[in-house]
Design a protein around this ligand. Sequence first.
Ligand code: BTX
Length: 322
Amino acid sequence: MKAKVLKLLREINGQYISGEKISSELSCSRTMVWKYIKALREDGYVIEAVSNKGYKLVSISNHLSDHEIRSRLGNDHLFKEISYHEEVESTQNIAQKLINQGAGSGTVVIANEQTSGRGRLGRDWFSPKDKGIWMSLILKPEITLREAPQLTLLAAVAVTRAISSVCSISSEIKWPNDILVDGKKVCGILTEMQADPDRIKSVIIGIGINVNQTDFPSSIANIATSLAKARGEQVERSELIIQILNEFQWLYEAYLAKGFSFIKPLWEVNAISIGKKIVATTAQGRLTGIAEGINDEGVLILRDDNGKVHHIYSGDITIPKD
Ligand code: BTX
């Protein structure tokens, strides 16, 4: 209900909406409307009340909440279910639990803090309270196991586009799952899945974004940055979440209809590694060469110093400084 009140306050666009109108729209008493307004104020929203005029939303809360996100997504949005948590070990674990309980495609798990956020290969992902976006998207696409990594690339396109429109910052994608600003990591993406031998059952796309941190632990201080550091001012996390979910929705629909060839050029526009000398570390060892691009499956093509072409399905890359 708080989400619905918030939605009405938002829709009126800086104008006043009467308590009577809210109560008739939501079929609840004026006393209940007042209680929801009070609860929203306690959450940090500034809502002006003027007699004979009604209520006006003056500023939103910097605190993340499910009603904030829900009130800003359309009813027919791909992401219909928001599961919000103040503190979790990892949103990936919550998403897995929800899948086991029957959660459908289009569920989003968001946390204000992760105590055991993780990256690939069991690495840690630093996810402090109040500062970042730590979220996992549950999807159940009808694609093969081989195609699943394409969703990581699609998510990276959604995040870079959202960062550009909300923060006016250009960010770069480093294959396969990092997004960099000023050469430092601002976002990491972790795609995990459950699959039968021939088909995907569900995919969890974990997205971690450093939004408003001003400092980092010494272990990552040299490689990490935040959007606020790059932009010089704080970024509204809920705004960025909504934009990522909106971008993701249309890209995902286009991907399902037209295939990865639709996503590929959008990915290439923001990719830094293409055409550069890279070192790829894979389970099979290290390879050095020029990153020629990705193929229509999203696999990285590397031409080594002897001219031999390698297909890299997973691994880490670094771009050595000249
Ligand atoms: P990755 O394996 O590519 O990167 C992990 C590495 O990145 C770490 O070893 C460390 O060096 C560095 N690192 C750790 N924390 C940060 C940070 N906040 N900013 C920049 N660099 C950092 C990347 O894996 C995938 C990360 C996904 C995180 C999301 S958050 C929501 C979801 N839940 C969860 O537990 N993980 C995902």
